[in-house]
Design a protein around this ligand. Sequence first.
Ligand code: NFS
Ligand code: SF4
Length: 654
Amino acid sequence: MEKKKTKEKTLPEIKEITTCEATGQMLKKARDEGVELCFDRAATMKACPIGENSACCKHCSMGPCRLNAKDPYGKVGVCGATIDTIQARNFGRMIAAGGAAHTDHGMAMLDLFREVVNGNIKEYTIKDPIKLVDVAESIGIETAEKTTEEVAKALYEELERTYTQVEGEIPFAQRVPPKTLETWRKLGIVPRGAMREIMEMMHRTHMGVDQEYNNIMKQGSRTALSDGWGGSMVATEISDILFGTPVPVAAEVNMGVLKENQVNIIVHGHEPNLFESMMQSVNSPTLIQAAKDAGAEGINLVGMCCSGAEMLSRHGIPHAGNFTSTEAIMVTGAVDAMAVDVQCIQQALSKVADCYGTYLFTTNPRCHIEGADHIEFHEDNPSQCTDDIVIKAISRFKSRKYPVQIPNIRNTGIHGFSYEYINYMLGGSFRGSYTPLNDNIINGRIRGVAGVVGCTNPRVKQDWVHVELVKELIRNDVLVLQTGCSQIALAKAGLCSPEAAYLAGPGLSEVCDAVGMPPVLGMGSCVDNSRILIAASEMVRVGGLGESIAELPVAGAAPEYMSEKAICIGQYFVASGVYTIFGVTFPVVENTRFHDLLFSGLEKQGLGKWGFSVDPHEMAQKMIAHIDSKRKALGIDKTRERKLVDMAERRDLA
Ligand code: NFS
Ligand code: SF4
């Protein structure tokens, strides 16, 4: 008992852990009830300093070998591997793992598309035939004389190459601005097929293969690009074709979207098909009646994490919170079932679910969790799984044993800014175009564009870095595009509504007022970062802002990242030409040649570069300085001052 008390004493105060009030309330409740959440595990699990620096290698059993970050060149591994080799190999493998996740997700969507087109699966249809034609034409498929089915078949065959092709360039390389593509060709980093790139990355990083860090990172870039312009882009485009391309929709976020008197079901994970079918099940009259018979007013379906962000953006489904809130939400006692598929699903969910009698269901053959029930989701009979989950949720509602305490916090915003909608919004229905965006950048109303994306991480104060960073960016007239857990952080902070334009600088707020858009545009899930790549290509194509993505006044950030997927995303943005800055920690030893390669060498090759800062204000200033330097190079810098937000104003903004 005594021991436990000292341990509790060392736990940080809740206000140091999260700026999400609802999550804070639930963390307090969990602590009172002796339930451990990720925040407290992070506080008691000291990060391994050698691993944090990526200064260790366990690629063979002559090791594991540990090098010294303080004296990085003082020692080599048993095989002689230097710090640069070890770090590059570790980085390359993170890219391979992250890319594999997105790519496997994209391939699952493509599998579904093929079966739908072939008529083997009747539960889904092509919802957006216009997008189908647009995507097909973007990669050179003739569509004029073809039926929808013929276009779909041709598109499937082309896109399959994204994964399986052994020689040549992936299909969406055709969307890359010519000058950017030329740089890739010169460097030999145009992806062939994702499977090949990931395989080669794993091969090269095996003991005793590639031991030259520049060469390892070439394959790192190639692998990452096969995600951004490959696996992820296919996931987004096929999901839009099957489930509809997002258009702006008002929706609520935060834990207050749970309803005490309804059966609450959460879908958490990444692939939209589970969620789409769950939507059907919760709307089934029989199941609604069953819920009513159990004493509920209805069935309430809400999303979390990227599954949720995608459905929020596509259908306006309420969103209950981002990654680090997934355990906390069960502490409400109000969650009757949580269904998960793949990615970002903490194993501890199963224990917390157990503490509150919540049903936790895994549904994907790739992801089982000890202690969770597995009900496999089959696309040829989706309702078998989703109906079953709803029925279990109803039974849990009927016999709720735990007091329900839902934080009464909801925030409304507008989400669903697809690349296509931005086109329409700015140019109008007849001449949809990115020209007005470019014009407003050239005339200086909009200083530049930033993509702020990625995870939350219990090692930093939840949402705080995202929100502070974005506030400072918009304050300086930088338009912010968002996806994933970051989008949810900003939505909870109220910045995804048009009214938030008053927080923007004069130029950006003028544009927002004129168009009626928020200064922060939510685009969906992490695979939807591909929408940002397409928007960047279009900005280049429209003209006036240089000939390659590297010349655009843009920057990217993942301020609270945690996953290997985020590293892969970062690398594909960097390889596409974008300055991309990460927070929390960076898995590289400073003062090494590998560090120099990532933080400046890649830029000299005509790509983008990495940046790092844990401070959101410093992060913003670095991004703005980069945007300004690009404006200067384009000759559109005029006379505008960079506004430093002082302490008093920061308080005002908060
Ligand atoms: Ni993307 Fe991170 Fe996960 Fe989505 Fe959220 S944690 S890298 S944002 S849910 S994938
Ligand atoms: Fe050590 Fe080299 Fe083996 Fe890595 S590959 S564990 S550095 S001996």
